[in-house]
Design a protein around this ligand. Structure first.
Ligand SMILES: *Cc1c(COP(=O)(O)O)cnc(C)c1O
Length: 389
């Protein structure tokens, strides 16, 4: 089914191949589509909120390293986001999730960040035991595998995908895969209760540009170390409601998801090939550690370095950018914005050291080789290497 401007409608023919592919990978019962994954996450949170007992606000545990969407939509749905710290691969663990569990916890969101897959057996068993909804987000690892060979997306109560710009499949829209008749039916009722969705493109474009600029401005202040995260958080929390229209978007129907899905294997092979080129060229440097989760999962979203010297992250990235290569270090520990007292020291350190490189269809082997030369040329900037803190 798709969420249209005026409620649910049957899935169009141009989505069916993708829908069946998702159902097969996830062992799913049904699929909901919307313009953004964020819209579907919001609906999932409303469903999880029905587990709330008592007066205290229900809580959802999310990773400290991610884009802020999962926290913004939680607040929209009336859930308090709580932040779990990450391990050296950038993903949450059963231990860090348990550290945030309270009697109010109703859901956990697990993100397979950058293609680094979270092994979910223990986490899923714990969630079942605690009656907590497990929402799995394989957007950055679509088509990938756990160590046991099963597809990602098959372990959660729900699996959430974005196929919007910059994602592995980037033709537009998001999908939510349910695993049972019950959940499908409950979600239908919830989505009916949300009512009509706006599709004011101009407003969305302007608001998302503003959000992006705001995020960068706050991150740059936080990088100074002298800025109190509580001050940033208080300021952000006072104005975050202005951005809420960004998150609820109807399905864009004239999109060929079938062809995109049919090309998934080729896309993944291209990404893996380029990731391996980076790994081969860059593994000898003493100034960084490579994230190599793609070797297990079979998916790379961005190829990532973790610098040992966090002081030079911005200068180093800028030097490589000046040579003409895409570099991002966008991830910040989002607990700083939403809940600074959920301290996540590993996430804070990771965010100050990560450097992401491109492996998508806009780049090729020659680009990657040239990019590696640039990285190795500028590694001298990092030589004042301190121990990672
Ligand atoms: C981009 C992204 C989202 C949000 O997707 P939208 O379609 O933009 O709402 C959610 N989860 C992950 C892991 C993402 O990378």
């Amino acid at each position: 089914m798709i969420i249209s401007q005026n409620g649910l409608k049957p899935t169009p023919d141009t989505f069916i191949v993708a829908e069946n592919g998702l159902l097969e990978q996830c062992g799913g019962h049904g699929v909901f589509w919307a313009g953004r994954a964020a819209t579907l996450l919001y609906a999932s949170y409303l469903l999880a909120k029905q587990k709330q007992s008592g007066e205290a606000p229900a809580e959802v545990i999310v990773p400290a390293v991610m884009c802020a969407t999962a926290a913004n939509t939680a607040l929209m749905a009336g859930l308090t986001p709580r932040f779990a710290d990450i391990n050296s691969d950038g993903v949450i663990t059963l231990e860090t999730i348990r550290a945030r569990k309270t009697p109010q916890t109703v859901a956990v969101v697990v993100i397979h960040l950058l293609g680094n897959v979270v092994e979910l057996d223990e986490i899923a068993a714990w969630c079942r035991e605690q009656d907590i909804m497990l929402i799995e987000d394989p957007t950055q690892a679509v088509g990938g595998h756990y160590k046991n060979g099963n597809h990602v997306g098959s372990m959660g109560d729900l699996a959430l995908y974005s196929f919007n710009r910059t994602k592995i499949l980037d033709v537009g829209n998001g999908a939510l895969v349910t695993k049972s008749v019950d959940i499908t039916e409950q979600l239908c009722a919830i989505i009916d209760s949300i009512g009509a969705l706006s599709c004011d493109q101009r407003l969305h474009q302007r608001l998302s540009l503003s959000y992006r600029n705001l995020h960068h401005a706050f991150v740059d202040l936080l990088r100074l170390n002298s800025t109190d995260p509580q001050l940033i958080s208080d300021t952000f929390m006072r104005i975050r409601h202005l951005y809420m229209p960004l998150y609820l978007r109807p399905t864009v129907e004239d999109v060929d998801l079938n062809s995109a899905w049919t090309n998934l294997d080729d896309r993944l092979a291209h990404r893996l090939h380029l990731a391996q080129l980076y790994a081969d060229a860059l593994h000898t440097s003493p100034y960084w550690t490579l994230l190599t989760g793609f070797e297990n999962s079979g998916v790379c979203w961005r190829f990532s370095l973790l610098l040992h010297n966090s002081e030079q992250q911005v200068a180093f990235s800028e030097a490589v950018r000046q040579d003409g290569f895409h570099v991002s270090n966008l991830y910040w520990a989002v607990n700083d914005f939403f809940y600074p007292s959920d301290q996540c020291p590993q996430a804070a350190s990771f965010a100050r050291r990560i450097v992401n490189l491109w492996v998508d269809h806009s780049v090729d082997s020659a680009y990657v080789r040239a990019c590696c030369e640039s990285l190795l040329k500028h590694q001298i900037l990092l030589q004042d290497a301190r121990e990672p803190s």
